[in-house]
Design a protein around this ligand. Sequence first.
Ligand code: GCB
Length: 618
Amino acid sequence: MSGKRTASHLAATLTAIIAFLVWADPCTLSAQQPAAAAVPIAPTLLVAVDQRTAQSLNGDWHYIVDPYDNGISGGRNDYSLDEELRAGSNKLLEYDFAKSPTIKVPGDWNTQKESLLYYEGGFWYERHFQYQPQARHRTFLHIGAANYRSRVWMNGQLLCTHEGGFTQFDCEATKAVKVGENSVVIFVDSTRIADGVPTLNTDWWNYGGLTRDISLVTVPQSFIDDFELHLDRATRSRIEGYMHVEGAQAGTRVSVDLPEAKLHADGVTDVAGRVAINLSAQGLTLWSPDSPKLYRVVMKAGDDTLTDEMGFRTIETSGSRILLNGRPIVLHGICIHSEAPYRTGRVNNDQDVTTLLGWVKDLGANFVRLAHYPHDQRMTRLADKMGILVWSEVPVYWAVEFDREDVYTKSQQQLHEEIRRDRDKASVILWSIANETPNNPTRTAFLTRSAAFVHQEDPTRLVTAALLVRGDLKTKYIDDPLGNALDVIGFNEYVGWYEGTPESVDTVEWKVAYDKPLINSEFGGEAKAGLHGTVDQRWTEEYQAELYRHQIGMLNKIPQLRGVTPWILMDFRSPVRNLPGIQDGYNRKGLVSDQGQKKAAYFILQKAYKENGLGQAE
Ligand code: GCB
């Protein structure tokens, strides 16, 4: 907490990516590199990729650690060419992927090789795969996430570049992929950069690499690349939205079916490949935490069929209330990092998400804040199935360079990618545009634009941010001017940990400048699992539990408190947490340790949630 406390969307994507060409342009990489044609950009973003038939490229990839960016210097050291020495050749080559060690994809490199725990820099991945291209189809290499900047080649051809460590992207490989054996090379650079999103300083591990699934997706020449379907707020008896068909001629027939509900709509695309959807949906079972009903949705456009599982519900605010399906709801939540239980590293499989969301359910919660960046899609898929509401966030964290237009563009691109991937999930109700940002006019202008952008991209959900509060231990003010741009106000506070004692929590008074719903998006304190003592001994389970007791009492005095997400479900690795014997490189504010031990505070919060004793729906 220390220093930081003081201190039409396709067009948007294109704008965003153009900014990255400066980084990606080979001309800027090295004087040796010949001036090349513009680097291909990846304007197509597939949706519901996990529902399409795909060829997985997960598994063992060869790797080369490249702290000096040697492999991008061109000439004999151009690793992207993936050359292999032929028998008898005497050619000078100073790399050989085939003889290099392997690493698992998906997976960050830091937790797979001991020597790479602290490594930040350039890293090459390579593998071969067999492929049978189909006539009149297009092929995309889908990358679930690559932290932080990446470049992708297939058979020596540069397919695309991407910046942003927590969102998916799709590189078109139609022209590069061959019948039979293919090579794919990916350069991922996890170097933290000041003008990145996030910027240099964070309280989490900078896990580098191909951290999520990779696959090859083949679609017909013209295909459904985007859709949006939601229940209308006014009557809750119509499904509205649109489908977009990439490469479609005007007049292409499309249809949407919900077989179980016997709902059907059809139409034809306009010149832009778009069709508006509007169908009567009376009698649908609405999605909610108590009844997380999902329907199979079958979409067809020309030769393409895309099937998804979707829930239908409305979310809105009225004064200081949050209404789910028109009814006031209180959000009993918890923050989660995308940190894998028991093994650390990034969450990337079903087991990880089942464990994390299993604890959430056991806690009696109905809500999670997926901090501080978009998580693996498995989280939101499972949240949909389990009936857990979701706050989803982009890593506009602390003091990013708010005065730079290119940083705004990067944040906008990440919002776009996040929304595009998860707007088919009923569980997601809140898009968070930032966490704990300094209150100044430049920041406020930047984030007011972000809020408007999100409202435009997704008018069906609510916009929030985790704000800092000001004041002293007597009076705290929630009056950050950014609140004007938000539908729901998140606020973080650490009374009893970074300031004051657990007892001092009791006398804090809150002054709130907005008649809007409030969510306490963070409070907490650290405890090492198994360390016991008195309630006034820091780092013990007793201290943390005591802090929770006092916080619950204090928060309940705020009448418009509609939700809480304490910090945090599980201990997580952080290079700024170095107290020997206690932290050892972990932020210990978890209610559960990284090895799954539940601390005393877990049971305090569980009791409050089970007895409906924290926050009020109205
Ligand atoms: C915060 C940050 C979170 C930190 C937490 C802490 O305010 O939002 O990322 O990890 O405090 O533990 O200090």
